[in-house]
Design a protein around this ligand. Structure first.
Ligand code: ADP
Ligand code: MG
Length: 278
């Protein structure tokens, strides 16, 4: 184990070991080997058990680092989970189906999800929670609003790198397109978005959230034929989440106002309107 060498002032083996472990990309091994050695000595663990414990720590840490990397790569605007989602607040949402989807089998089966409902009912929250669950289960995810995706596609086309962006979008296991319908798309934006959905059809899962029912999707794409073809692809293997109900924020601010009805106080400041900027 020790580097016996006749060279003057040989580097302690720890230096070389640290170098090798870095090279081998085993940071947890490096960080923990001393500490686990002390544990092993106390507990009387033999060498295989000592190495096994280190290898297990490295695996656990590696999995955590990969989940974190996938979360960063997904570019979620916020990290939200099902733990903080109150299903009772949105009775129209099929809870068993949603929890089933959280297991991500639809990603393996390359099926899609469409969440439909008015503003503030938790569509973005649910899509973020599904995205997080997918990252945790080892799938690559990309999260974009429809407007941003259309803009990025158009920019890429102008800069002659559309093919590369399309290949990246086609490669992620789960593409989440939030807020389809809030902003009407330009003709080119609509066509490029359609192409993106087409390229993913039966190759990867897509989640779309929209405040508009299907009948009104023509107003987003500005073209009935394109909308028909798009719906045909998206809804081929689809789980629909109905999310119509009272806005969660509005409901919370109403509840807050009910809790402190003090007439001497000035009227509470209104919450920003959910439909502003839409
Ligand atoms: P939508 O995308 O449908 O407009 P959001 O997902 O943005 O709605 O929800 C608005 C805010 O309310 C977010 O902060 C979200 O986390 C919260 N929210 C909405 N519905 C729920 C719910 N049922 N339980 C917990 N938080 C919720
Ligand atoms: Mg939203």
């Amino acid at each position: 184990m020790t580097a016996s060498s006749s060279a003057p002032n040989p580097a302690p083996p720890q230096v070389l070991l640290a170098h090798h472990l870095r090279q081998l990309k085993l940071p947890t091994f490096l960080r923990e080997y001393d500490h686990v050695a002390a544990q092993a000595a106390r507990e009387g663990l033999d060498h295989p058990r000592y190495l096994l414990r280190l290898a297990e720590l490295e695996l656990i840490d590696r999995e955590r680092r990969m989940v974190e990397r996938r979360i960063r790569a997904a570019k979620f605007p916020a990290v939200k989970s099902f733990d903080t989602f109150d299903f009772a607040a949105i009775p129209s949402l099929n809870k068993p189906l949603t929890l089933e989807l959280a297991r991500c089998e639809y990603v393996v089966a390359r099926e899609n999800i469409i969440a439909l409902g008015n503003s503030g009912t938790g569509k973005t929250h649910i899509s973020l929670a599904l995205g997080l669950a997918a990252c945790q289960r080892g799938f690559s995810v990309a999260f974009l609003t429809a407007a941003s995706l259309a803009r990025q596609l158009m920019e890429a086309r102008d800069e002659r790198r559309l093919g590369r962006l399309q290949a990246q979008l086609a490669a992620v296991k789960l593409l989440i397109v939030d807020e389809l319908g809030y902003v009407p798309l330009s003709q080119t934006g609509a066509e490029l978005l359609f192409e993106t959905f087409s390229q993913r059809h039966e190759r990867g899962s897509t989640i779309v959230t929209s405040n508009l029912p299907f009948e009104e999707w023509t107003s987003i794409f500005g073209n009935q034929r394109l909308t028909g073809a798009l719906l045909d692809r998206l809804t081929h293997h689809v789980h629909i989440l109905e999310m119509n109900g009272e806005s969660y924020r509005l409901r919370q601010s109403k509840a807050r106002q009910r809790r402190k009805p003090q007439p001497s106080e000035p009227a509470p400041v209104a919450e920003p309107n959910e439909n502003n900027g839409v």
